[in-house]
Ligand binder design. Structure first.
Ligand code: NAI
Length: 467
């Protein structure tokens, strides 16, 4: 690569990154720290989906929704009953301030690393040139990190019908909300609305929620959410969505009975998936290959079919997760610096931020069956975990899947208190190739929720202590 700041450089930049989200920013900063001259363009907001319309606002709403339960719970721990009133606009304002703060943090970190930032929409002119507005920039390497956008089906397009992009900017909490699609986004948002006081209905096309998740966990998840008051219409298809005044009428078909029903709501959230955001980049024109789902094809080094153009994050295959994009961004920076950048796709944890949380890493039981792999299962319920019992957080369980012959951990699936943090231990164990016995023999502090992990590992060999 050309020397950073070198006047004789053949190109303006060693690396030009398109997209200032989780993956693009990590790659730009790491590359600059490795000595490359880096430019980056962002058309909308620094920090991308995660900071602006994804993880960050959702966590604030999620955290706020916890209080309604905590106030009730506190009474069982000796606190007197007090009346509390929730103000949606205060929460929305705090969310906007936090996003603004983080937008600045992202820019400051890029500046501090010596990366040149461009505010504007970039498109690729040819293998070595990018246009940001009218400015033509040359670069030895180009990275596409433009993320994804909500997939909006044709039956929508009506007022009061929103995607996750608008869900955090509403003027008030909807009273009756419909969520179309029982996946990550719909259930996280639906659960927040429900806990803040809305009546929430979920219409899901399949007979189960969260496709791709271990089915036993997914079934337990649906049971818990139903108990919390969320109404599920499973195996159902939305036909028509129509706004009139302040309400939205939807018509759907129950696919088993073929019966149609019409329901009325004041907001409809469409969360039926996201698609790679590559429109207008000129990729097809310059010969970058995409697969049948519109994702950019890459090799193990994250190179596209044009070798000096790389792609990471939601525009390529794999789960659409901020931390996956970050790992890929860092891997590209390392590869460009001549190091052995690598992402272990078998050990990417996923967390659904509901109450309780759901966390997963590695293979599901369904995947192991499909692969005809011989496996053992160890499970442990939080009901038998002393810390969860004292805290009155007894819903859910830990499930560990291990290879029948080698005992190597192949997958861990948890639904229960704080499991979004607990899953890190399992990701680390799997990264080191741990066996279930390694985990079972590791001393876990008492009393903690993590003891449920040790117990589930012991249960793989049918010897749990407390159950
Ligand atoms: P998703 O793929 O998780 O779920 C979409 C759901 O909609 C599926 O259950 C599908 O069967 C259903 N569906 C599709 N068409 C339908 C229709 N016409 N009527 C009824 N149901 C229909 O997609 P989602 O929730 O939009 O999330 C998109 C991506 O964002 C996911 O890949 C996820 O990885 C990522 N994400 C991750 C989060 C996290 O890690 N906590 C949070 C939010 C999003």
């Amino acid at each position: 690569m050309a020397e950073k700041g070198s006047e004789n450089a053949e190109y303006d930049y060693d690396l030009f990154v398109i997209g200032g989200g989780s993956g693009g920013v990590r790659c730009a900063r790491f590359s600059a720290q490795y000595g490359a001259k880096v430019g980056i363009a962002e058309e909308r907001y620094w920090g991308g989906t995660c900071v602006n319309v994804g993880c960050v606002p959702k966590k604030l709403f999620y955290y706020a929704s916890h209080y309604s339960e905590d106030f009730k719970e506190a009474e069982g721990f000796g606190w007197e009953k007090i009346e509390r009133k929730f103000d949606w606009l205060t929460l929305r304002g705090n969310k906007d301030n936090e996003i603004q703060r983080l937008n600045g943090v992202y820019r400051d970190l890029l500046d501090a690393a010596g990366v040149t930032c461009f505010n504007g929409r970039a498109r690729i002119a040819d293998n070595h040139h990018v246009l940001v507005g009218d400015t033509k920039i040359s670069a030895e390497k180009i990275l596409v990190a433009t993320g994804s956008w909500p997939d909006i089906p044709t039956f929508t397009g009506s007022e009061h019908v929103i995607s996750s992009n608008e869900a955090f900017s509403l003027d008030k909490l909807p009273e009756r909300a419909l969520v179309i699609g029982g996946g990550y986004i719909g259930l996280e948002m639906g659960s927040v609305w429900s806990r803040l006081g809305a009546e929430v209905t979920v219409i899901e096309y399949l007979d189960y929620i969260t496709p791709g998740m271990d089915r036993e966990i997914s079934n337990e998840f649906k049971k818990i959410l139903s108990k919390q008051g969320i109404i599920f219409k499973m195996g159902s298809k939305v036909n028509k969505v129509k706004s009139s005044g302040s309400t939205v009428t939807i018509n759907y078909t129950d696919l088993k009975s073929s019966k149609d029903e019409t329901l009325e709501f004041d907001k409809v959230l469409v969360s039926v998936g996201r698609k790679p955001y590559t429109e207008g980049l000129n990729l097809t024109k310059i010969g970058v290959k995409k697969d049948e789902k519109g994702r950019i094809e890459v090799n193990a080094k994250l190179q596209t079919s044009i070798k000096n153009i790389y792609a990471i994050g939601d525009v390529i295959k794999g789960p659409m997760l901020a931390h996956k994009a970050e790992e890929e961004g860092i891997a590209v920076a390392e590869i460009l610096a001549g190091q052995a950048g690598h992402v272990n796709y078998d050990v990417i944890p996923g967390v659904i931020y509901t109450s309780p949380e759901v966390a997963t890493v590695g293979k599901t039981e369904e995947q192991l069956k499909e692969e005809k792999k011989s496996y053992k299962v160890g499970k442990f319920p939080f009901l038998a975990n002393s810390r969860a019992k004292v805290n009155n957080e007894t819903e859910g369980f830990v499930k560990i899947l291990a290879d029948s012959k080698t005992d190597k951990v192949l997958g861990v699936h948890i639904i229960g208190p704080h499991c979004g943090d607990m899953i890190a231990e399992m990701a680390l164990a799997m990264e080191f190739g741990a066996s279930a016995e390694d985990i079972a023999r590791t001393c876990h502090a008492h009393p903690t929720h993590t003891e449920a992990i040790k117990e589930a590992a012991l249960a793989v060999d049918k010897r749990p202590i407390h159950f």
